[in-house]
Design a binder for this molecule. Structure first.
Ligand SMILES: [Zn+2]
Length: 430
């Protein structure tokens, strides 16, 4: 049987209410018109399914239906996003991409004997490692090798358990495995990444993507916060380390970097494009499509705008409860949140310009955007009332979903077109 392979460029799209798969796929079709193949991957985490009250089969059904309706003939995938040994089961049948999340196990120490075996087997990693296209070699001391093994080997062993469980159920080569370590506090250095890849190779996990934690903050739905130059240097080294690993460790040739919480990170898209245009990249954009649904409803006016306002009011009233599970990945300034009574007076244009991530617009409000981003539970509770409005306003919502994915994500990340922030800096310089 042929091995299922993820293409060079792929985009992870989230679709909380399983109504936008066609509009999302349309963005990949437009990429094709511009001469680049971008493979869609529909991702939905266990946490998201639990909050919405949905099952992984519904995400699969929505993806299949969109592919059929639009006549997409290239590969596409359904991602069991951030699963582990206890949550993987219900994803086994419907998914063919598995993001194995080991962040919770980082820092737990493996059995001393297995650490010693790893150090012995991989002693050749110590010294200077020359990476292609990078002037300074990476230096790995015996102390760094030991410290990295102590910190990460247990997590990689756990990933191995999850991988083997999936392989046993689905068959070797029939799915794309990813290992993710992004939901943790400390960024991994390129040297650590190289050592982790060696451990993953030893564990026999044929990963096709790996999601490290980068330096800087990757808050949900808003721009990158951090040192862009440092990020640029880091991603170049990460890509080079992955290239070295595929050449020397027997990992799959198409192994590439996966950038999680990748939506809206306009300030680093030029750096991502430059670093990954040859090696490929997976950009996971996650749940921001839901914000385009709200923007579309607000733009539609009438009952749509009224519902968007109602969702804001309830999100405002329940902000502590909604923000709790996302505390490490959002930064809301409560002072910047308009009172619901103010929002109640807003026109369609006022609502959409506050919510839409357009850094040109003085009305854009990142705090409001982040609050609504985590507020999907409110819409989930509204049930049919929300879904009916999605359906009756499909056209205006779909336009926003496709434009957001294509103009603000696919074009700058995969085609190297200026991101909205770069365009803004350019306009200011004039
Ligand atoms: Zn992640």
């Amino acid at each position: 049987m042929a091995i299922v392979e993820l293409g060079k460029f792929s985009i992870g799209v989230g679709d909380r209410f399983a109504h936008q798969a066609k509009a999302q796929l349309q963005a990949c079709i437009e990429a094709g018109h511009d001469g680049i193949e971008v493979i869609p991957v529909w991702n939905k985490s266990n946490r998201e399914h639990n909050i919405i009250g949905s099952e992984p089969f519904s995400a699969r059904a929505a993806a299949d239906a969109a592919v059929k309706a639009l006549g997409w003939t290239k590969p596409y995938f359904c991602d069991a996003d951030h699963i582990n040994l206890t949550t993987v089961d219900r994803f086994l049948a419907p998914c063919d991409f598995f993001t194995i999340d080991v962040a919770d196990y980082i820092g737990k120490t493996a059995e001393p004997a297995s650490i010693e075996r790893f150090l012995k087997r991989r002693s050749d990693l110590t010294g200077a490692i020359r990476l292609e296209g990078v002037r300074e070699p990476i230096q790995i001391t015996p102390e760094l090798l030991r410290a990295t093994a102590s910190k990460f080997l247990f997590a990689v062993q756990e990933a191995g358990k999850v991988y083997r469980k999936i392989e046993l159920s689905k068959g070797k080569g029939s799915f794309v495995p990813e290992v993710s370590m992004d939901e943790t506090d400390a960024a991994q250095t390129p040297a650590e990444l190289l050592i982790i890849l060696a451990a993953i190779a030893d564990e026999g996990i044929p990963i096709q993507t790996i999601a490290p934690k980068f330096t800087g903050r990757f808050n949900k739905g808003v721009d990158y916060v951090g040192n862009v130059d440092q990020f640029r240097r880091e991603i170049v080294l990460d890509v080079a380390a992955i290239g070295w690993a595929t050449a020397n460790l027997g990992l799959p040739k198409n192994l590439k970097l996966s950038v999680h919480s990748g939506s809206d990170k306009f300030s680093i898209y030029a750096a991502i494009f430059e670093a990954t245009k040859d090696s490929g990249v997976h950009l996971k954009t996650a749940g921001t499509t839901w914000l385009e649904e709200i923007i579309g409803l607000a733009e539609a006016g009438g009952a749509g705008l009224a519902l968007a306002k109602e969702i804001y009011t309830q999100a405002y009233d329940h902000r502590d409860e909604l923000c709790g599970p996302y505390a490490t990945v959002i930064d809301i300034d409560p002072e910047k949140l308009p009172a619901p009574s103010t929002v109640a007076q807003w026109t369609s244009a006022q609502f959409t310009s506050a919510l839409r991530h357009d850094p040109h617009s003085p009305a854009y409000n990142p705090s409001l955007r982040q609050l609504l981003h985590v507020g999907f539970k409110i819409a989930a509770k509204m049930g049919d009332q929300y879904i009916r409005l999605l359906e009756s306003n499909e056209k205006v919502i779909a336009k926003n979903v496709t434009e957001n994915l294509y103009d603000r994500h696919i074009a700058p990340v995969f085609l190297g077109k200026p991101s909205p922030v770069a365009a803004l800096a350019h306009a200011e310089a004039k």
